[in-house]
Each structure stands twice: as structure tokens, then as C-alpha cells.
Ligand binder design. Structure first.
Ligand SMILES: *Cc1c(COP(=O)(O)O)cnc(C)c1O
Length: 218
């Protein structure tokens, strides 16, 4: 992805300060292995069952796995034990379950709170006025490590997207007044990662631009 370097230059960002997460939903283990062979280590999945099959097939590669999809309560045990990161945390109840179910032998689970920046009723994520309370709750759970915020702005215009990324960055900075060590802005996908990087993204989640257009899900 030559344009990631370009986006870092344009945004006055060091390439080391932006982590590329390859979103491998709907992709076969062979495609993930091919990217891993090029040095890619961070991969993200939206659907638990599909993810577990790939993780098992690719165990020898020692990859880092990020969960970015909606979380049902009956899936938390496996998410807590198999993933390194969860970006899509948006409810107290799920936070408590992940905390209780994170295995003792593993480091605390890295989590980001997903924010519904456009306040769309159909979308996952907490609203901006609820984020501080959820952040405080997560901060007090010993088996979770709150890293930052994630959002998926509505893809309608670059200007609106930029405003949403800016809101996310400002929200992270104000949470930082009460909660230490927040360092993650998980924002930017194939169509808007350049803008996200200019606005401070530390983790971009890229599917299509790496793997090509996604096949329809079976
Ligand atoms: C699918 C998905 C992505 C990747 O989207 P692309 O447009 O293919 O880059 C990123 N983040 C989340 C939460 C996703 O569900």
C-alpha cells in the first residue's frame, strides 16, 4: 500500500506512529498467510466463528488478532480468550463479561470504545455523552486495558468524515484528563484512511484496499 506512506507524509506523521490492521473478514486463511509472509502481523475480524477457523489454521504464524464486529454476550468467552484487542466495545455488560472471562495467563485485553459519531440509531457504538461513564467503568476493570476510541463515520463526504475524526480525537484527549495512558485512535478504512491519518489516527483498519473488493458473505 504505497499510499499509506504518502498519507503519512501529507499528514506530517511518522509511518511508525500509524499501525496498519488488515481486515480479513470473508478472506481465506491462504490470503491471510500470503499477507503474513510479507510481514503483516495485525489482522482484524468481524465474525467470531469465521475468525476462530482462521486463527486455528494460522496458529503457526503467531499473528495478532483484533475483534472489530458487534459483540453478542454469548460470544464474549471466546473473544476474551482468543483475541489481543477488541475495538467495538460499547456496553457495560459486555465490558464486565470480557473482564471476567479474560484468562489469567494472558495480559489484560486491549480495548477501544466504539463511538457512534454520527448518532445514527442503526449503528453500533455509544453516544458521545455516554463515553466518559463507560470509559471510567472499563478503567476500573483489571483484566481490560482501555487504549482509546474507535469509530466508523458515515461514508457520505470527506468533510463530514474529517469532522467526525476530529471529534473522536478531541474526545480521546478530554478522557485523557481523568484516565492515564490512552494512546489509540482506531479510525480510517480503505476510503478515508488518508483523512484519518491527518486527524491523528494511530490504527487504520483496511480491508478492500489490501485484498480487493469483498465477495458477498455466504
Ligand atoms: C469491514 C470493516 C473495515 C474495512 O473496511 P474496508 O472499507 O474494506 O477497508 C474496517 N473497520 C470495520 C469495523 C469493518 O467492519
Amino acid at each position: 500500500m504505497a499510499s499509506l506512506r504518502q498519507a503519512c507524509e501529507d499528514g506530517d506523521r511518522s509511518p511508525d506512529s500509524v499501525t496498519l490492521i488488515a481486515v480479513s473478514k470473508t478472506r481465506g486463511a491462504d490470503e491471510v498467510a500470503a499477507l503474513a509472509a510479507l510481514g503483516q502481523r495485525q489482522f482484524a475480524e468481524n465474525y467470531l466463528q469465521e475468525a476462530l477457523e482462521k486463527m486455528d489454521a494460522l496458529a503457526a504464524h503467531h499473528l495478532h488478532w483484533h475483534f472489530i464486529g458487534p459483540i453478542q454476550s454469548n460470544k464474549t468467552r471466546e473473544i476474551a480468550s482468543r483475541f489481543d484487542w477488541v475495538h467495538s466495545l460499547d456496553r457495560d455488560k459486555i465490558a464486565r463479561r470480557l473482564n471476567d472471562q479474560r484468562p489469567a495467563g494472558l495480559p489484560p485485553l486491549n480495548v477501544c470504545i466504539q463511538i457512534n459519531v454520527d448518532d445514527e440509531t442503526s449503528k453500533a457504538g455509544v453516544s458521545l455523552d455516554q463515553v466518559a461513564a463507560l470509559a471510567q467503568l472499563i478503567h476500573e476493570l483489571p483484566r481490560l486495558r482501555l487504549r482509546g476510541l474507535m469509530a466508523i463515520p458515515r461514508p457520505d463526504s470527506k468533510d463530514r468524515g474529517r469532522a467526525a475524526f476530529r471529534t473522536l480525537a478531541m474526545t480521546l484527549s478530554s478522557l485523557g484528563n481523568t484516565i492515564p495512558n490512552l494512546d489509540t485512535l482506531s479510525m480510517g478504512m480503505s476510503d478515508d484512511f488518508d483523512v484519518a491519518i491527518e486527524e491523528g489516527a494511530t490504527h487504520i483498519r483496511i480491508g478492500t484496499a489490501l485484498f480487493g473488493a469483498r465477495p458477498a458473505r455466504q
